[in-house]
Design a protein around this ligand. Sequence first.
Ligand SMILES: NC(=O)C1=CN([C@@H]2O[C@H](COP(=O)(O)OP(=O)(O)OC[C@H]3O[C@@H](n4cnc5c(N)ncnc54)[C@H](OP(=O)(O)O)[C@@H]3O)[C@@H](O)[C@H]2O)C=CC1
Ligand SMILES: CC1=C(/C=C/C(C)=C/C=C/C(C)=C/C=O)C(C)(C)CCC1
Length: 289
Amino acid sequence: MGLSSMATIFRSIPRAFRGYLCAPVPLSARKFSQLTDENRTLAGKVAVVTGSTRGIGFAIARRMARDGAHVVISSRKQENVKEAVDILKEEGLSVTGTVCHVGKAEDRQHLVTTALKHSGGIDFLVCVAGVNPLVGSTLAASEQIWDKILDVNVKSPALLLSQVLPHMENRGGGCVVLVSSAVAYLPVPRLGVYNTSKTALLGLCKSLAVELAPKGIRVNCLAPGIIKTDFSLREETMPNMLPELKKVFGVQRLGEPEECAGLVSFLCSSDGSYITGENIVVGGFSPKL
Ligand SMILES: NC(=O)C1=CN([C@@H]2O[C@H](COP(=O)(O)OP(=O)(O)OC[C@H]3O[C@@H](n4cnc5c(N)ncnc54)[C@H](OP(=O)(O)O)[C@@H]3O)[C@@H](O)[C@H]2O)C=CC1
Ligand SMILES: CC1=C(/C=C/C(C)=C/C=C/C(C)=C/C=O)C(C)(C)CCC1
């Protein structure tokens, strides 16, 4: 079933029951809460989310909007931006969208300008966009591969944040969430360049947290385990590792994108107001002390 027809069905369900009915499994086996935050803990806030037209980014954008934020959706392809924005608007959520390839400086600037034009400020930045164009030997990786992975996964969150920073300062503070991976802690063979980029993000989170604490800006990092998305289900860029995870850690299933979203909303809310510099795994197992 297409996303648009799912949205049509969703709209036909009374608002009060939507949270229960949109879970794809019986209530007794529900894996995550899809309930809208009744207190709308992010009300009046503006969130910019990169890589948010599908997968983990889309789930985060939807959750933050349900929790009351105005959310600026973005990704590389205009048709994906339009589809995601249409779906969320049909759900009655406050969203706008624009194209932003996070590796391109002019796109990043355009994203910031769009957010300011539509919303007047930026409170939260969630950097989800990430790539893995290589499964293979780390030492056989070309310089082009290294540049692409490091540009998109590591440099772009820092560069985008530098463009957003003055606007967060104008608001008197803010919250940033980076998206790393469990592979940052547990290197997966043949994903060496990607593993390295995700480990770098843990350090980026720590450094930015201390650098920005005096400005009232908190920086935390989500490190997902294997989450069911196009990215993880594409065998040529992400081999199937569930059998290994099952054997070693007892992991019974892959995660759902929505299982990453509540944490991000929590970190950005006032409930997370004393949490910064944390790298948090959402993976059905814990690869770190
Ligand atoms: N799924 C998993 O198991 C795990 C994922 N992660 C991380 O989570 C993040 C999201 O992954 P996931 O949701 O699975 O991926 P998906 O492939 O499902 O979605 C990726 C999203 O990012 C956008 N995107 C891709 N490249 C860029 C770019 N250069 N600039 C801006 N947007 C981009 C895509 O849209 P478009 O094509 O229009 O650009 C799409 O909206 C990544 O950083 C990934 O490393 C971490 C651990 C596990
Ligand atoms: C258990 C186990 C492994 C762990 C696999 C993991 C932890 C995969 C995670 C992948 C993710 C999160 C990808 C997306 O970013 C290895 C290293 C294959 C070796 C054999 C045993």
